[in-house]
Design a protein around this ligand. Structure first.
Ligand SMILES: [Zn+2]
Length: 296
């Protein structure tokens, strides 16, 4: 099977091979892997129809929940475990330091935490979000009316060089046409603008431990699994230079620890997990890869 696998979608190495077939509730998906950069990807690629069907179900709003109830639930979840808020504040402050411009594009805005953090540090925010339910939450959280799509050819054509920051947080791992997306981002950015990408880190310590059981190998939702060197080479090849690359580790640790019966035991476990995460991030082997880049 190895002779049928194309070159690495991240680093373009020809040293690629079939790795394993991931089977889940949505089907069977062969995964290929690069022996040079360690990135992996679903190949053959799922069809657009498979992807569309998946997101139609994924984005379906639970009929028993009003938007107000969902909004309350999102806020409560974020108060209890403020991972999205912390991530969003990090993106916003890093980008604020890297550009004087104010035009910020949040691609795949989700519930709008990154857009809200960008507003908080003075950016003017445009948000793209294909899910109607998520757009309603974005509106409630930020008062921004998000565009009902992801990147389209039409949007890119009328927004050439229109943004000082383009953020894709937890988006690129979903995209079928990775190079085309990176090229669209280059078109959208002002020549001095900053691209901020955040993806699950496929070469993280936890990912290596999990191997084929990596929790982020979840096709057809995720179809690309980037190592640090793979993502770096992809960006360099498409005309970007890396300004900053870091890993960030977080999980709903406290939620999991809440099962421990004794508070002192929870506190010890919490401190231990945090220390391990800090150590992983210090050597860039943490769970999520955050990259800040400019056009070369
Ligand atoms: Zn590679």
């Amino acid at each position: 099977m190895s002779e049928t696998i194309p070159k690495c979608l991240a680093c373009e190495s020809a040293a690629t091979k079939f790795w394993f077939e991931k089977t889940n509730a949505h089907g069977c998906y062969p995964i290929s892997r690069c022996r040079d950069c360690g990135s992996a990807w679903v190949y053959p690629r799922p069809t657009e129809a498979v992807i569309a069907r998946f997101y139609e179900q994924y984005n379906r709003h639970p009929s028993d929940l009003s938007i107000d109830d969902l909004f309350a639930r999102v806020l409560q979840q974020e108060r209890d475990y403020p991972n999205s808020t912390i991530d969003a504040a990090r993106f916003a402050s890093r980008c604020r330091m890297l550009t004087r411009g104010n035009r910020f594009l949040d691609v795949g805005a989700g519930y709008g935490f990154s857009s809200r953090a960008a507003l908080d540090v003075g950016f003017e925010v445009t948000a793209l979000e294909p899910s109607a339910v998520s757009r309603e939450i974005v509106k409630k959280l930020t008062n921004i009316t998000a565009e009902p799509s992801m990147l389209t050819r039409e949007f890119v054509a009328v927004h050439e060089r229109a943004f000082d920051v383009v953020l894709l947080s937890q988006v690129l791992e979903h995209m079928l046409e990775v190079e085309a997306v990176i090229d669209q981002l280059a078109t959208l950015l002002d020549p001095s603008g900053v691209l901020c990408l955040a993806v699950p880190h496929f070469a993280s310590a936890i990912s290596r431990l999990q191997g084929k059981g990596d929790m982020f190998i979840s096709p057809p939702e995720h179809v690309n699994f980037f190592s640090r060197s793979g993502l770096e080479k992809l960006l360099l090849r498409r005309g970007f230079v890396i300004v900053k690359m870091e890993t960030v580790s977080r999980v709903d640790v406290q939620k999991k620890l809440a099962r421990l019966p004794l508070k002192p035991a929870r506190n010890v476990a919490d401190r231990t997990v945090r220390a391990i995460f800090s150590a992983m991030d210090a050597i860039k082997t943490g769970m999520f890869l955050n990259v800040y880049a400019r056009r070369a």
